[in-house]
Design a protein around this ligand. Structure first.
Ligand code: ATP
Length: 137
């Protein structure tokens, strides 16, 4: 079975430092906000909606970053092949209001520490890609 989600790496700049918005997911890993696409929604709309639902943060999407793929086993549905499309956006608000239940925690993390905090390898590569995009600007 296949599953598609879309998510957002949101950044803010403070005192010349770049901070990324990270969430502690319900499995206890630090990652980034994402969620499954709903009918009639574009991938960008999903990323924006899920971000706001999970963290209360509003974002202006700037560009597509990359897709990541992984598989996991669901008790009822068996093996799920998952693709996640990631977008980069700048925060339009700063105050985090975590939706506990969907996520365990959310916080701004300085980009150099973000790679260390990532609980999934594929996210670490996405952060490196973001680092490259932002420093090439
Ligand atoms: P969504 O946020 O898209 O609604 P979900 O919360 O239903 O998804 P996932 O976050 O995909 O589910 O998690 C399902 C399983 O996959 C969990 O065991 C989780 O730890 C694992 N998982 C989540 N993200 C990754 C990743 N980037 N790489 C590998 N495994 C992951």
């Amino acid at each position: 079975m296949k599953e598609i989600s879309s998510g957002c790496i949101v950044y803010k700049i403070e005192n010349n430092d770049v901070y990324l918005l990270m969430i502690l997911d319900r499995f206890g890993k630090w990652t980034f906000p994402k969620g499954k696409i709903e009918e009639g929604e574009s991938l960008e709309e999903t990323a924006i909606r899920e971000l706001e639902e999970e963290t209360g943060i509003k974002v202006k999407i700037e560009q597509y970053i990359r897709e990541t793929n992984y598989s996991y086993t669901d008790e009822n549905r068996g093996t799920i092949e998952k693709t996640v499309y990631w977008y980069l956006g700048r925060a339009e608000s700063e105050e985090i209001n975590p939706r506990y239940g969907e996520i365990k925690e959310a916080k701004w993390v300085q980009i150099d520490f973000a790679t260390e905090l990532c609980g999934y390898d594929s996210d670490r590569d996405t952060v490196r890609e973001v680092y490259k995009i932002l420093s090439d600007r």
